[in-house]
Write a protein that binds this ligand. Structure first.
Ligand SMILES: CC(C)(COP(=O)(O)OP(=O)(O)OC[C@H]1O[C@@H](n2cnc3c(N)ncnc32)[C@H](O)[C@@H]1OP(=O)(O)O)[C@@H](O)C(=O)NCCC(=O)NCCS
Length: 185
């Protein structure tokens, strides 16, 4: 196994990150559009961390300024804004590691580096929409304990059922859920 290195993401990482995240989360260009936009907004309103091996991106995490789900919904946002009044809240929108490199703490390192990068900006809390597949698989749930603290706002059933992009996991009517958490940084 080649050595894995980590670095801050740059606008020119957009294609590699979208291709990796598209293959591991959802492939629809509609789903990937905000991710593409985020890369073009680094550093002002976007943040990314890339894991590389052999010159290839094998892991990526991305965050954007403000509260945003993947599908434009707003559940819990009013409550969050009330809980953290006036704060510069960010959203960790995606994290993925190539299957060949999973289970080696690369996701943990990407996540911890993202938390640190947001903290370095002065951000105190970040929201994350954890995708809970219809069979209950929610790998990002295993990462949140790396934050100094977190609060779960709840699990939203059938969160993606009316999305304009198809679910690559359900291949039909989507019964995946989202667990919404706010992380302390
Ligand atoms: C989430 C993801 C990035 C984690 O990457 P990773 O490099 O495998 O993560 P790590 O090796 O750092 O493991 C993180 C935790 O998950 C656990 N874990 C990893 N693989 C596991 C497995 N197959 N079964 C059970 N637990 C597992 C690890 O033990 C670790 O927990 P710990 O800190 O308590 O020891 C990766 O699973 C992934 O890309 N998933 C698909 C994309 C996705 O769903 N992204 C999240 C969208 S919200």
């Amino acid at each position: 196994m080649q050595q894995v290195t980590f670095r801050q993401g740059r606008p020119e990482d957009s294609d590699a990150a979208c291709s990796l995240i598209g293959s591991q989360i959802l492939s629809s260009p509609l789903f990937l559009k905000p991710l593409k936009q985020l890369f073009s907004q680094i550093p002002q309103n976007g943040e990314a961390v890339i894991a590389q091996s052999g010159g290839k991106a094998i892991g990526a995490a991305a965050a954007r300024r403000g509260l945003a789900y993947s599908n434009g919904k707003t559940d819990f946002f009013t409550e969050m804004q009330g809980d953290f009044p006036g704060e510069d809240l960010w959203t960790i929108i995606d994290i993925a590691v190539s299957p060949d490199f999973r289970g080696m703490k690369i996701g943990s390192e990407l996540f911890s580096r993202m938390l640190q990068a947001l903290k370095d900006r002065g951000c105190r809390h970040a929201m994350m929409e954890i995708w809970v597949r219809s069979n209950g698989w929610a790998p990002a749930r295993n990462l949140v304990h790396l934050a100094p603290g977190f609060r779960s706002y709840g699990i939203l059933d059938d969160f993606y059922i009316d999305d304009p992009f198809p679910c690559d996991f359900c291949h039909g009517e989507c019964h995946c859920k989202a667990e919404v958490v706010v992380l302390d940084l």
